[in-house]
Write a protein that binds this ligand. Sequence first.
Ligand code: DAH
Length: 365
Amino acid sequence: MDYAATGSQALARIAESGNLDALEALRIEFLGKQGSISGLLKTLGGMSADERQSEGPKIHALREDVSAALAAHKDALESAALEARLASESIDLSLPAPASPRGTIHPVSQVMDELAEIFADLGFAVATGPEIEDGWHNFTALNMPESHPARAMHDTFYFPDRNESGEEMLLRTHTSPVQIRTMLEQGAPLRIIAPGRVYRSDSDATHTPMFHQIEGLVIDKGIHLGHLKWTLETMLGAFFERDDIVLRLRPSYFPFTEPSVEVDTGYSFEGGRRVVGGSGDAPGHSWMELLGSGMVNRHVLAAGGLDPDEWQGFAFGVGVDRLAMLKYGMNDLRAFFDGDVRWLAHYGFSPLDVPTLSGGVGAGA
Ligand code: DAH
């Protein structure tokens, strides 16, 4: 029998088969149980030993050739199919971008980024704490024991149950508990800001049940009120991008600072809008209260695990939403949290306009 002719015929038909189904049909035709080449192998049983010796290798070689050709052609068909699929599924990245970018950075995020950038330049790290806080961190450690009247003044949202240590649980009413957590975790010296959400049961044009604060805390040796004043002047000058910021430190009371000061800044009205700058005593100017601050109370240092005879510090807390309103000219705080796309499009910032000190922290609104 002419195995060579059978072989080349089979190889030609394999080469011509154009898809995997046709190829599988050929495999069955040649090598399946009833296949033609399988049939040839079966004839070996009926041969004499001599014949088998001369025919056997030829039939086996034929089977090898055909199954190698089937495998090779199968590979080729499969990669062609993959190529075709990849080509059909490719995405055209050259599509034009939308005419105006959708989505903006919220003014609160923008102002927080600006302040983080300004404070990073002064050597402050960013610290965080939980919004669900316990009474010890939110009040007691800040020199407000359970009987303290200031505790009642905070319009606190309480949870119905206490925690496993018997502490009442609440939504933090200010970012000041992060002072305690950071002192306990990191010790001294410290230079941190703690931005975040805070909650009070209060709602009108200038109060929302959730709002934003940034806390500042510096602990070191020999720290005094002058350091506080310089830091706030420098920070506000960078934030409002003015070199004529004038601050007035007014004696005040906070349980966690002693002495405590309320910090006012001079401003005037320009085009119906408050513009920060100048002394509040200058003609056409007034003072406005901007933030609370003071020297960290000895009891607070002790609650933070620090020796008050060794370490001193100053702290401040400022409303981020209020800073945003002052800098960018919104007048209703509630609109900050309405999610109205027209408001967001108007007051939001370009996602590509990241505040940097070198590029100017005050991106164009
Ligand atoms: N925690 C105060 C509040 O929410 C703000 C504040 C005042 C924070 C004085 C301070 C501070 O760190 O020293 O009303």
